[in-house]
Design a protein around this ligand. Structure first.
Ligand code: BMA
Length: 412
């Protein structure tokens, strides 16, 4: 039977491949047939694996050793893209306009009765070994607030205005050469590792009730297309920026064993898709893609904010789809919100057209030494208070009660 099959196959091969034009010895024919028989399963396997890669592989965090809660968060954020947009607030639990460190208090909750879905925190100054961040929030308190938000089911995101390693001055010190200096071989490389050690021990100290690490959306080297930080595009080449990012992430993964972070790539303005991706460190190093943009001026007479944000959200949605990433609007706001319907007629008008994971409103600092009243969530009696409630009540704006139901850290 085997012999008959082989003879039949040999005849077929002779006819199909060579159309009896060439003489091939019995021995050669036998080798050709055996080779084809061997090729079949191999090509099937190859076809199958590339099919799996392209169509069936579930998107996963860049960190192949991500903790289970981090993987669950990543999957749930992806799932939630079809449900609505999470609304976040920077430093929400620490202070608001006219108050500081009042247990349970939040300016978002004062107006809506609910906490934000996303809590933003900031680590600038941690690298210097100080006990509080650059906006005076003690790190010990910050850890407690992070835990509270997480235990209630909210999402935590952290930015890091780290000091310029060349001068130890602030993140806004744009003395050139900082990025080059921290790369391997640079004269601030060892200092950079010391700073990253402090960052790692902070991240590894964030734990839930059962001792599990709290997953964090980490947004380092943010607004990278701007020209106001030591890592932004005026100070370093695109290649150096990519190396900076990759070194940081590799060091946290491999040397410090930090596996509770999802990495947020974040730009300021950008002109098109190429511009957005010019300094992108690669799909293996990024989970969330985002940009920051603020409203200035009167939205009644100038619709630049809506137009620009709409255009840019369209681009990041497209990139996110192509690369299996989660799109987000990582920072926005309208200082003191002087326009009564900004929430529903400006912000919602533009974000409602897009599938993005979250939007984070900046901090409610109150009166700054500059004399400005710096806040982004309305106060009771403010002109946009009513509209913020309306915004809260929209089906697709998600606050903490909505996301708590989704159990973002469990597998669903
Ligand atoms: C800026 C302002 C500053 C603050 C900095 C970092 O947008 O809010 O007051 O120090 O962010 O949080």
């Amino acid at each position: 039977m085997r012999k008959a099959c082989l003879i039949y196959l040999k005849e077929k091969v002779r006819n199909c491949l060579f159309q009896n034009k060439y003489y091939l010895s019995e021995m050669t024919m036998r080798k050709v047939v055996l080779f084809l028989i061997f090729l079949l399963p191999v090509s099937l396997l190859l076809a199958q694996s590339s099919f799996i890669n392209h169509h069936l592989t579930k998107p996963a965090p860049a960190d192949i050793k991500a903790t289970i809660q981090t993987i669950n968060l990543y999957n749930n954020l992806t799932r939630l893209l079809n449900k609505g947009i999470m609304i976040g607030h920077q430093d929400d639990l620490a202070y608001g306009v006219g108050w500081k460190y009042v247990p349970g208090k939040s300016d978002v909750k004062e107006i809506t009765g609910d906490y934000p879905a996303v809590y933003g925190w900031e680590l600038g100054n941690l690298e210097l070994g100080l006990g509080h961040n650059l906006d005076s929030v003690p790190f010990t308190k910050m850890k407690q607030f992070i835990r509270q938000g997480y235990e209630r089911g909210g999402v935590i995101t952290i930015s890091w205005h780290s000091s310029n390693p060349l001068t130890a001055k602030s993140a806004w010190d744009t003395t050139h050469g900082g990025v080059e200096a921290v790369l391997p071989g640079g004269n601030k490389h060892e200092l950079d590792k010391e700073w990253l050690d402090k960052l790692a021990s902070f991240m590894l100290s964030l734990k839930g009730r059962k001792g599990e690490l709290i997953p964090i959306l980490f947004r380092p080297y943010h607004e990278l297309t701007g020209n106001w930080f030591w890592w932004t595009k005026n100070t370093c080449t695109a290649e150096d920026f990519k190396q900076l990012w990759r070194f940081t992430v590799d060091y946290l993964w491999n040397d410090k064993k930090v596996h509770n972070l999802l990495y947020v790539y974040n730009t300021a303005d950008f002109s098109d898709k190429n511009d957005f991706l010019k300094r992108y460190p690669g799909d293996d190093y990024v989970d969330v893609i985002s940009f920051d943009a603020y409203q200035f001026g009167d939205p009644n007479s100038n619709d630049a904010f809506v137009k620009n944000v709409d255009y840019r959200l369209g681009i990041i949605e497209e990139v996110a789809k192509e690369r299996n990433k989660i799109p987000a609007f990582a920072e926005t706001g309208y200082e003191a919100i002087p326009y009564a319907e900004w929430w529903t007629k400006t912000l919602w008008k533009v974000i409602a057209n897009h599938k993005i994971s979250y939007v984070l409103l900046w901090r409610n600092a109150g009166l700054l030494s500059s004399g400005k009243c710096h806040y982004y969530i309305p106060q009771k009696g403010d002109t946009s208070e009513k509209d913020f409630k309306k915004f809260y009540n929209l089906d697709k704006t998600l606050f903490e009660k909505d996301v708590a139901k989704e159990k973002l850290y469990n597998s669903n």
